[in-house]
Design a protein around this ligand. Sequence first.
Ligand code: IMP
Length: 205
Amino acid sequence: MQNQLQGKLLLATNNPGKLIELRSLLAELPKVELFSPEELNIKLQVDETGVDYAENAVLKARAFALASGMAALADDSGLEVDALEGAPGLFSARYAPQPGATDADRRAYLLKNLAGMDLPWPARFRAVIAVAQPNGIVQVAEGVCEGEIIPEERGTGGFGYDPIFLLQGGDKTMAELSETEKNLVSHRARAVQAAMPVLKNIFGI
Ligand code: IMP
């Protein structure tokens, strides 16, 4: 089975921020060639109809594995803010009323919804990674990163909600970390770490 997969892994995301991080997080996998959907000319928009991160990650990984005939790794992730009862959560990528909203619009909308609530605003990023094989087998792994939302933006790195997410026990936002630093502590890094045994098994490493 390992040989059939030919050491190729499709990173099943159209999000440029996730793609950069996943490439770097998976670079330690020897002899596994990483591809983006664009590099394979795969244009696929998967409807995220799952009831949780795992279901959505599985939907994406399965669809891309089927379309490519390769093993595919998908991430579904989000930000959970306690004061908003876990929102935006599963809807983090779509959390803004206006169509065509940007990451900056979503951060502004989140801060607007938190305005007037008592500080601090504890929150966490959660990521679930699904690894699908063309034969239909899918396995999932999860990672969490704790912190809090702050009322003003700090830093220019990362993507999404990073500039307003202060890491627990530190004085930096996620956007003030270098790529290397973020990849040591992030929810996605932890999920990839948890998925490593699965990947190594699939590729016979
Ligand atoms: P999805 O997994 O495609 O549904 O999108 C997850 C959304 O959660 C992203 O579009 C971001 O808004 C947010 N998110 C996930 N991971 C991160 C991160 O590492 N930094 C900042 N925002 C993130």
